[in-house]
Each structure stands twice: as C-alpha cells, then as structure tokens.
Design a protein around this ligand. Structure first.
Ligand SMILES: *Cc1c(COP(=O)(O)O)cnc(C)c1O
Length: 398
C-alpha cells in the first residue's frame, strides 16, 4: 500500500500535530497538490521550469578517480550541485511556490538554518513575483551573513528570530506562528520531508525527480540497477528523493548518513537514529534528539544543513522495515570526504554531501559494485568553514 495513509502516517510516524486553525490550510494544500498533479497545464509549466530554470536533468557522472581510489567499485555522482542555486532544495521550493500561486496566495514564508532553503525560496518567489519573508534564528543570521544578503538581493525580507536558542528549530516555530496568523494570504514553504502531513509526502514527491532521473541514467550507462545508494540525511529530502523511486527494487541497498558531529559518545551530534527517541516535534511524530524530560537537546554538526534535532517520518518507517540503513559520519571524516572530492574529481562538495563521501571512505564497496552517491549540493557556501576546520586539524597534527 502506498504511504502515507489518509491521516498522513508512515507506519507509526508522521501525522498532523498542529493547531486547529492550520488543519484547514493543510487540507487545502493537500487538495491543491492532488489537483495540480492531474492538471496537464500545471505539469507542463512545472517541467518547463525544471528544465530551463533549475537545469534538469542533472548529470549522473562516473567518478573514475574516486572509484579507483576507493578500490574499484564504480561510483557515480548524481549532480544536484549543478542545480540553479547550488543544491536540490530548489526542486521543492519552486514546486511549492507554484502551488501557492494556484491557491491564490501571494505571500510566501519559509524557515532557514544555513540559508540554503531560504535562498531557494527567495529565488523561486522572485521569479514568480511573490512576496517572501524568511525566518532565520539570530545566531544563524550572524553565522550566514552572505546568505542573508543573497536573500535580500533576491527581494526577500529576512526576519531574525530572537526566541529560544535562536537557531533553525526556533525559526520553524516562528514561521508556524506567522502561518497561523496569516493563513488566508500566505503559504508556508517547508524545506524538507518533515513537519505535518502533507509536507513529508509532497516534498518527497517533488524531490523524487532525482531518483527517477538516476534510474534512466544508470540504465543507460550500466544497463542495470545500482547495488547501493548513499545520501546524507538532514531533514531527509535529498536522500528520500534519490531512494524513493528505487524502493521496490529489493536488490538496491540504501544508506542514509546522519551527522556524527564530534562523535556519538560526546552527545554533540545530529544523529537522530543513534541517540534519538520517538517524540512529537514541529508537527509530526518522529525520532527526536531529546533529554529525559522531552526537552530538545543541543545538536552539533560542521554542516549546518544536517544540524537538526528531528528527521522526516518516512525515514523512521523505512528504518523499522530495515529497507534503508542509517549510519553516522563524524565532522572529521566528512572533512576528509570534502578534501578528497576536491582533489580527485575537481568538485567542491557541500559539507552535507561530504558526509556521504565520508561513508564510502570508511566503508569502501567491493570491486564490481555500482554505487550512486547523491551530491546534494556544491560547497561554495562552505569554503570559509572548511578553511577554518581544515587548518585547525592540520595544526593539531603538527
Ligand atoms: C539542506 C541541505 C541538506 C539537508 O537536507 P535534506 O532535507 O536532508 O536533504 C543536504 N545537502 C544540502 C546541500 C543542503 O543544502
């Protein structure tokens, strides 16, 4: 049976835990989404923009030198880093902005941590002529100055959130609050496969273009299915986008890589499946990093895009079913992956995607295997952090 069920559940996870006033907005969104999926005019406009604005299909690139270095399995990179704005996030942001237009809503709000989803949403809003407000924790506003300026260049207003710990989760709370107040005129573009139903399903479907393209491309180059898919897991949208179209291919193994930060024993990480427990957080029942009292615990990752206390509900279900495996990779290993891809392939990856590279370094697949790694984004945004972190490590080795 296709999931989620009518109530928005994937097995035990998901659902709609929101104030009454948002129930109607979520139902309207679900209905609009379903109608749009069956409207040839909408689908034409969407595929025109995916091809000519986003730059799809993205290439599936055979990384010969990386493959050789890791012992001979054939490693292909799905190049989401080549999308407009530099990551997969635009696939979803664009689609949701089109749905907003269809609902007659002229104002967009979104949350952002590192700024990537904010930039993608501001971009799509500019192109479609929508008003756009982006909520961002005050700590992140300081950390991500350049992305704040980017969003402003694109015509968005960035609202600095002073509540709580002033990071992503607090920005989401404020965006939800805004949505409750302005639900008649405003659509909330949620950036990943988390939050209340129908977001996890809708965002999965929008990102599944990644896996659908990858199937065609790997058949063209290898004439068979891959043995292994690897992708990093923040909220879980780039991984779900790659995995989902392969779900019914039992021979294809799937590995989601969470942020191991300073290492699981330190407690400073964002590996929900290593240290998390079931809980309701920001609209859905999922795995959450929390203390004994259910308070959200502090997370850490060198990559801002993986640094979130919860994870999409469908991943929890796929883990229960043992269909996908979830592992973690530390900051150190992710940085190794980052440097390796730069030197061997001439590609500067996002620090998020570098976690997937790190997994292959630690677990090199056997010769003869065919692997697809989702390169979710490019690393231009991360060079400053990478410089600091790599210098720190170099000094500690001297
Ligand atoms: C935001 C982001 C991620 C993490 O989000 P998912 O929803 O897990 O995909 C991963 N990679 C990049 C480049 C990102 O910008």
């Amino acid at each position: 049976m296709a999931l989620p069920d009518k109530r928005g559940y994937f097995g035990d996870y998901g659902g709609k835990f929101v104030p009454e006033i948002l129930m109607y907005a979520l139902e309207e969104l679900e209905k609009t989404y379903e109608e749009a999926c069956n409207d040839p005019q909408f689908l034409d406009q969407f595929s025109y923009l995916m091809a000519n604005y986003v730059g799809r299909p993205t290439p599936l690139y055979y990384a010969a030198r990386l493959s050789d270095y890791l012992g001979g399995a054939k490693i292909y990179l799905k190049r989401e880093d080549l999308c407009h704005t530099g990551a997969h996030k635009i696939n979803n942001a664009l689609a949701q902005c089109l749905l907003a237009l269809r609902m007659g809503k002229k104002r967009i709000i979104a949350e952002t941590g590192a700024g990537q989803h904010g930039v993608a949403t501001a971009t799509a809003s500019a192109m479609l002529g929508l008003e756009c407000d982006i909520y961002m924790g005050a700590v992140d506003v300081k950390r991500q100055e350049l992305n704040v300026f980017r969003m402003e260049l694109l015509g968005a207003r960035v609202i600095s959130v002073e509540q709580g710990s002033k990071i992503l989760k607090d920005a989401i709370n404020e965006a939800l609050r805004d949505w409750v107040t302005n639900v008649d005129t405003t659509h909330y573009v949620l950036g990943t496969v988390a939050g209340p139903h129908p977001f996890p399903r809708m965002v999965r479907d929008f990102q599944s273009v990644i896996g659908r393209e990858a199937i065609k491309q790997i058949k063209a180059s290898e004439d068979r299915m891959p043995d292994l898919l690897v992708a990093c897991v923040g909220g879980g949208s780039n991984s779900m986008g790659l995995f989902y179209p392969f779900i019914n291919e039992p021979s294809v193994e799937m590995v989601g890589v969470e942020a191991g930060g300073f290492g699981i024993p330190t407690g400073l990480h964002a590996a929900r499946f290593q240290g998390g427990k079931k809980g309701v957080f920001q609209g859905a029942l999922s795995y959450v990093l929390q203390d004994e009292d259910g308070q959200i615990t502090e997370t850490h990752s060198v990559s801002a895009g993986l640094d979130y206390a919860s994870v999409g509900p469908e991943h929890c279900h796929l883990r229960d079913l043992k269909r996908c495996k979830y592992v973690s990779v530390t900051d150190d290993v992710a940085l190794e992956g980052f440097s390796l891809l730069c030197k061997l392939e001439g590609i500067i990856p996002a620090l998020e995607s570098s976690h997937a590279v790190g997994y292959l370094i630690e677990n090199p697949p056997e010769k003869g295997k065919v692997v697809i790694l989702n390169l979710s984004g490019r690393g231009d945004k991360d060079v400053q952090v990478a410089k600091q972190e790599l210098q720190k490590r170099k000094h500690s080795h001297d």
